[in-house]
Write a protein that binds this ligand. Structure first.
Ligand SMILES: Nc1ncnc2c1ncn2[C@@H]1O[C@H](COP(=O)(O)OP(=O)(O)OP(=O)(O)O)[C@@H](O)[C@H]1O
Length: 286
């Protein structure tokens, strides 16, 4: 067994099922996320990846299954029993497929909005801009600047977010989620719509989070190069079922994974080429 699979793991889902109007979207899905590791979720369109993330972030209620999350005191909490409104306080942050940042604000101010649930100042102090409120604001800004530095955006902290190219806006969203000081970060297709250079930058940001041991991460991604470069483990779903959870190398050479991605026809063509090459003849004339 992989060491990440043994306690103390950080997050474990077991036997998760979800249906919509008789259509089973998740069927007995299980996964394990190691402490401060990155777990990729991959699979063809409609495999149930976003639905799984929606179950973890309490947008969807599963019909069966459990999700345990490690608490700061070292015990485990049943995530599905926590009020959905309390998830941020328990350190769960998420980004969405479509960018959801505030267009009228600067980069830094967007990131600051991620910290709202951490602020403890009183209304009257805020109104009068008294000592505690001012101190809290300074600390918050310093922490947000550190996060911007981590994701490579400190140079554009003061820029209006609308002036940034798409790839940078995706990193602003990542920075805002990090400003929540999460213990679990859920990323839904962080590289969707990005060019190669922008994908490399978001991958570098995810790796920086991992190396700084800030939080455990789960990410849905279609870009297998990004997945294999940043993920410790990969969970493969197809038609709502788990095909495999393993390290990226094992996953990319798993026959069911190849078949799910390329289809049975492509798989049999690959098999034919392999057989022909093994016999020593030219596959193109076979
Ligand atoms: N709220 C919903 N109501 C009805 N069906 C839903 C709902 N959410 C998801 N589904 C269905 O569940 C299935 C899985 O969808 P999901 O978005 O989880 O897949 P996915 O693997 O994330 O796909 P993609 O890679 O295209 O984003 C699809 O058939 C989808 O239509």
């Amino acid at each position: 067994m992989n060491p990440a699979m043994q306690p103390p793991w950080f997050l474990r889902g077991e036997g998760l099922s979800l249906s919509f109007g008789g259509v089973q979207v998740l069927a007995d899905v299980s996964f394990t996320l190691g402490h401060q590791e990155v777990l990729g979720i991959v699979g063809p369109n409609g495999a149930g990846k976003t639905s799984l993330l929606n179950v973890i972030s309490r947008i969807y209620e599963p019909s069966a299954g459990t999700i345990q999350i490690r608490s700061p005191d070292g015990g485990y909490l049943d995530l599905l029993k926590l009020p959905a409104t309390q998830l941020a306080r328990h350190g769960v942050a998420r980004t969405f497929q479509n960018i959801e940042i505030t267009p009228d604000l600067s980069v830094l101010d967007n990131v600051l909005t991620g910290r709202h649930h951490l602020e403890r100042t009183m209304f009257v102090e805020d109104m009068l801009w008294l000592g505690r409120s001012r101190r809290a604001d300074r600390v918050a800004r310093e922490q947000c600047r550190e996060v911007l530095d981590l994701v490579g955006l400190s140079r554009v902290a003061a820029a209006p977010v609308t002036t940034l190219p798409y790839g940078m806006r995706k990193r602003v969203e990542l920075a805002r989620a990090l400003a929540m000081q999460p213990r679990l970060l859920l990323l839904d297709e962080p590289a969707a719509g990005l060019n190669t250079h922008e994908t490399d930058e978001i991958a570098a940001a995810i790796e920086a989070v991992q190396q700084a041991r800030i939080c455990s991460q789960m990410l849905i991604e279609h870009d297998m190069e990004l997945v294999t470069s940043v993920c410790d483990q990969v969970l493969v779903l197809n038609y709502g079922r788990t095909i495999v959870q393993a390290d990226p190398h094992t996953v990319t050479s798993h026959p069911e994974v190849v078949a799910a991605y390329l289809g049975p026809a492509a798989q049999s063509e690959i098999d034919a080429v392999v057989r022909t090459v093994a016999k020593g003849s030219d596959p193109s004339t076979a």
